[in-house]
Design a protein around this ligand. Structure first.
Ligand code: NAP
Length: 293
């Protein structure tokens, strides 16, 4: 058990809305205690109207930094002093470091996507990929695909079609890639797109706790055994989408590896210490098994 907190105990915050589903406080506090760092990590439910004042409070209260989750990853950029090269290309921030009064934004989600997909690199490179969603995490997904996996074609499917187009135009310019196609989220046009993709990535909130029976498609033969289906959602650990795809023979992967990998990179940025990833993964799995939500 760690020592009690003292006046010089430091604080790292997590801001988002909603925030109750997050496992980050468990991961980060476990790592801080394990590595003997006198700092705590707390979640704050921040609605969009309070984003600016909550970023200001990092400076006025002297927080060590922040994690940023939906829906603030893009809007927070205008309140920061500097961005890492990666965050600047991606256009979204999930980690802020308070560097002696200067707020620097990073994107460690890209690291999480990379760690998750690396084992499938040979199967993915040069093939068709479908990304569902056009929010903050879809940006990290598309950046990572273009930078490390060189797909033949990227389909972006999103409820708000215009947002998919915005993402397509953004990355066409930023990363000089012109093999995008965009679609609305509704079948039947999607089914062919899904079927023809070697890799399908869900980066929407569809299927996330508590709406665990929701999926991006109810049509089972959207999937086949040549595919890899990656759902960024980590609560539940296996979404209905993944269960459906697995039943059709696809290789499926949930958001847990991404969650731990992005957390490890953020931890390192704040503390300059490496997170004990293997031990934390084991502890988190035990914690989830005990507190199944
Ligand atoms: P975001 O920026 O708010 O984007 C949400 C996306 O979901 C948008 O494309 C939105 O479509 C779509 N969406 C939301 N509700 C929908 C609905 N009812 N029907 C259809 N589409 C809907 O969120 P984000 O930061 O990208 O996060 C997305 C998911 O990724 C969340 O589940 C989050 O937990 C997960 N995530 C996981 C990790 C990890 O480490 N594993 C890291 C980051 C994010 P519109 O554009 O039409 O609104």
């Amino acid at each position: 058990m760690r020592d009690p907190f003292f006046a010089n105990t430091e604080l790292i915050g997590l801001i988002g809305h909603p925030i109750k589903h997050s496992y980050s406080p468990y991961i980060q506090n476990y790592a801080l205690e394990e590595m003997g760092i006198d700092c705590i990590y707390l979640a704050f439910d921040v609605v969009s109207e309070n984003l600016r004042s909550s970023v200001n409070s990092v400076l006025t209260l002297g927080l060590k930094g922040l994690n940023v989750t939906l829906p603030h990853k893009e809007k927070i950029i205008k309140y920061l002093d500097e961005l890492s090269e990666e965050a600047s290309i991606i256009g979204a921030v999930n980690t802020v470091v308070n560097d002696h009064g200067k707020l620097i934004g990073y994107n460690t989600d890209a690291n999480g996507v990379l760690e998750t997909l690396l084992p499938f690199k040979d199967k993915i490179s040069g093939t068709k990929v479908t990304v569902i969603g056009a929010g903050g995490s879809a940006r990290a997904v598309i950046y990572t695909l273009l930078r490390y996996f060189k797909p033949e074609e990227i389909n972006i499917i999103n409820r708000t079609h215009q947002r998919a187009d915005t993402l397509m135009n953004y990355f066409s310019l930023k990363m000089r890639y012109d093999s995008f196609r965009t679609f609305e989220l509704f079948p039947p046009d999607n089914v062919e797109t899904l079927k023809n993709s070697r890799l399908i990535i869900n980066s929407t909130t569809i299927g996330m706790f508590p709406d665990v029976e929701d999926t991006i498609t109810d049509i089972e033969d959207s999937f086949n055994e040549d595919q890899i289906v990656f759902d960024l959602i980590y609560n539940p650990t296996k979404t209905k989408l993944l269960r459906m795809a697995e039943e059709q023979g696809a290789k499926v992967v949930g958001g847990m590896t991404m969650l731990i990998s992005q957390a490890a990179k953020s931890f390192q940025l704040w503390t300059e210490v490496e997170m004990p990833v293997v031990e934390i993964t084991k502890k988190l799995e035990e914690y989830i098994a005990k507190n199944l939500t």
